[in-house]
Design a protein around this ligand. Structure first.
Ligand code: ADP
Ligand code: MG
Length: 330
C-alpha cells in the first residue's frame, strides 16, 4: 500500500507547486471563501494551506487519507466530473511523500487532527481550530531522496507555486487568496487577491487587474459566446495591446487551469489578421461545458484535456473572439 502510494505520488505530485494545486483545489471544492497558502524554502520544507471551507469530520479524516476515497464521485458516474477532485489520490499521495498533518473542523463538531508520515497514519486526536481545514505538508520527498534531486532551486520552486496560486485565483474571483513565504522564519506576503464583489464579468475584470495587471484589464474586452453546449467567457486583449509573451495566455476548462495546444492554436487563429505568427495575444479564457464533452483526466499532474469534438471548440473560440474584436471596432 505504501509502495503503491509512493508510485502514485510521483504521478500526482512532481514538485511543490503540484502539491499546492491539489490542496487549493480541495479548498475550492470545500466551498472556502478564503484560502491562505504558506510555503518555506520553495515549498520543500513547508506547504500549509488554510481554508474556511466545510471541513472534515473526525470519522472521515482517516478515510480522506485512503486511496480512492473521494467524497466527490459515486463511481457510477465517472464521466460526470463537476468538482476538481475525482481521483481521491492527492492526500494519500502527499502522505506518502512528506509529513502530512490535517486539522479540520466540520460544523458544530470539535476539531480534530490526523498525521501521516511515510504512508503511516496515526490515530485521530482532538485539536483546536475555529473553522475549516489546515493541511500542512512538511519535508516533501524526504522519504524519496531520488525525487528531491529533481527539484529546482528554492527560488524556482517558489515561483512555480506563485504561478499556480495566481492561475487558480484567476478562475475564482469571489474567493480571497493569499500566498506567504515563511522561509527563514520571516513572513513575506508574495501575492494577495481579496474577494471580488458584484457581477461575474466585473469580478473577473477586477481579479485579472490584480493578477495580470491593470494594463491588461483596461486593454481587453469581455468575451461571452456559446455554441453547441460550449460556453466561452473571459477577457482577451485588444489587438493594440500585446505583452508578446506566451506567459500571458491563461486557459481554463470547467474551472481547471489547462495548457492545451488546441486552445492556444484557436486563440492565435482568432488574432491572425492582427498579429504576425510569432506573437501571443494575451487572454484569460474559460471554456465551460458538460463534463461528458471533455476528458480532463488525461494525466493527473499535467494540465491536458481532450475534447470529444475539438473542431467545435476551436470554431467557438475563433468566432467568439473575432466577433468581440469586430464589435470593439477591430
Ligand atoms: P479528491 O479531491 O480527489 O476527492 P483528495 O485526496 O484530494 O481527493 O481528498 C480526499 C477527500 O478529503 C476529499 O474528497 C474531501 O472529502 C476531503 N478533503 C480534502 N481536503 C479538504 C478540505 N480542504 N476541506 C474539506 N474536505 C477536504
Ligand atoms: Mg483533491
Amino acid at each position: 500500500e505504501t509502495a503503491i502510494n509512493r508510485i502514485a505520488a510521483g504521478e500526482v505530485v512532481e514538485r511543490p507547486s503540484a502539491a499546492v494545486k491539489e490542496l487549493v483545489e480541495n479548498s475550492i471544492d470545500a466551498g472556502a471563501t478564503r484560502i491562505e497558502v504558506v510555503i518555506a524554502d520553495g515549498g520543500k520544507t513547508l506547504i500549509r494551506v488554510t481554508d474556511n471551507g466545510c471541513g472534515i469530520t473526525a470519522d472521515q479524516l482517516p478515510l480522506a487519507l485512503s486511496r480512492h476515497a473521494t467524497s466527490k464521485i459515486d463511481g457510477s458516474d465517472l464521466l460526470n466530473i463537476h468538482s476538481f477532485g475525482f481521483r481521491g489520490e492527492a492526500l494519500p499521495s502527499l502522505g506518502a511523500v512528506g509529513r502530512l498533518t490535517i486539522t479540520s473542523r466540520c460544523g458544530g463538531e470539535e476539531a480534530s487532527v490526523i498525521a501521516v508520515a511515510g504512508g503511516r497514519m496515526e490515530a485521530v486526536k482532538p485539536a483546536a481550530l475555529s473553522e475549516g481545514t489546515v493541511v500542512e505538508l512538511k519535508d516533501l520527498f524526504y522519504a524519496t531522496p531520488a525525487r528531491l534531486k529533481f527539484l529546482r532551486t528554492d527560488r524556482a520552486e517558489a515561483q512555480a507555486v506563485t504561478d499556480t496560486v495566481k492561475r487558480l485565483a484567476m478562475a475564482e474571483p469571489f474567493i480571497s487568496f493569499s500566498l506567504v513565504d515563511a522561509s527563514g522564519g520571516n513572513r513575506r506576503e508574495v501575492f494577495r487577491a481579496d474577494a471580488e464583489q458584484g457581477e461575474m464579468f466585473d469580478a473577473l475584470n477586477g481579479r485579472l487587474a490584480t493578477v495580470l495587471g491593470r494594463d491588461f484589464a483596461e486593454n481587453s474586452i469581455a468575451i461571452d459566446a456559446e455554441r453547441d453546449g460550449f460556453h466561452l467567457t473571459g477577457y482577451a486583449a485588444l489587438p493594440t495591446y500585446s505583452r508578446g509573451s506566451s506567459a500571458a495566455q491563461f486557459l481554463f476548462v470547467n474551472g481547471r487551469p489547462v495548457k492545451d495546444k488546441l486552445l492556444i492554436g484557436a486563440l492565435r487563429g482568432a488574432y491572425m489578421d492582427f498579429l504576425s505568427r510569432d506573437r501571443h495575444p494575451a487572454a484569460a479564457l474559460f471554456v465551460d461545458c458538460n463534463p461528458q464533452l471533455v476528458d480532463v483526466n488525461v494525466h493527473p499532474a499535467k494540465s491536458e484535456v481532450r475534447f470529444r469534438e475539438p473542431g467545435l471548440v476551436r470554431g467557438l473560440i475563433v468566432s467568439g473572439l473575432r466577433h468581440a474584436l469586430a464589435g470593439a471596432g477591430h
